[in-house]
Ligand binder design. Structure first.
Ligand code: CTP
Ligand code: CA
Length: 227
């Protein structure tokens, strides 16, 4: 009964989260994508909703059920994910980018299926860079003024401390969550290290559900007090 009277840590907050991979079309039946199950982002969306937040979850193609009382927007490409994020960022208090966004997309996606023709050379793909969703949101007036708190994720294969702290600064965000991949892809457990202006701190190995709660707790502590 006591719990009923304990204020939830994210009551009255609006949270926007990106999750899963993006899919960049080569032709109507083929494309390139990144490895991501979406589990971390969906766990964060669920934990934030349970902590009292109003949650919008922008997801690339994943095979996961929508958490209860979470508004879900499904997208395919990085450009679609950016458009959806820009649409919702102004109203949000927290933006958490867990999506594994494809850094490049095919410069031209074919309108018709590319056919194999005997004796012909294999197709060559030309790539162009995708927009950086997190860096773009971090530059909006809402984020620059501190009203919108932006959090990034980084999976690094090595040199986590060095790469992740540099990445946090490069993206212009107050908090970045790092982990050593790709061993965590699709797993239920993870180890997270959180980087902020002060330095870094480890959240020891736990389920993505437990880590999501701990991370949201850390974010709640860092939010500007409401005026
Ligand atoms: N991100 C994004 N849009 C992109 C690329 C990355 O929003 N086009 C976000 C991810 O969701 C994540 C953070 O930026 O929160 C870091 O992603 P990462 O791929 O580690 O960073 P990059 O700047 O793409 O650097 P790298 O060369 O290591 O891939
Ligand atoms: Ca990248």
């Amino acid at each position: 009964l006591i719990a009923q009277f304990t204020p939830k840590s994210l009551a009255g907050k609006r949270l926007l989260v990106t999750a899963g991979p993006t899919f960049e079309a080569i032709d109507p039946v083929r494309g390139i994508t990144n490895r991501s199950s979406g589990k971390m982002g969906f766990a964060i969306a669920q934990a934030a909703q349970e902590a009292g937040a109003e949650v919008t979850l922008i997801s690339g193609p994943v095979a996961l059920p929508t958490p209860r009382n979470v508004a879900r927007i499904d997208v395919q490409s990085a450009q679609q994910m950016l458009d959806a994020a820009l649409l919702h960022a102004d109203a949000a208090d927290i933006f958490i980018a867990t999506a594994a966004v494809a850094d490049w997309r095919p410069a031209n996606s074919a309108e018709h299926k590319i056919k194999k023709t005997e004796g012909q050379a294999t197709p060559a793909l030309h790539f162009i860079e995708n927009p950086d969703i997190l860096a773009t949101i971090a530059k909006t007036p809402a984020a620059a003024s501190g009203k919108l708190y932006c959090v990034g994720f980084a999976a690094e294969s090595d040199n986590l401390i060095e790469y992740a702290s540099a990445k946090r600064k490069r993206k212009g965000i107050p908090l970045l969550v790092g982990n050593i991949g790709p061993n965590t892809f699709g797993q239920d457990d993870n180890i997270l290290t959180i980087f902020d202006e002060q330095g870094h701190q480890q959240l020891p190995k736990a389920s993505k559900r437990v880590l999501a709660k701990q991370l949201l707790q850390e974010i709640a502590l860092r939010l500007q007090p409401a005026h």
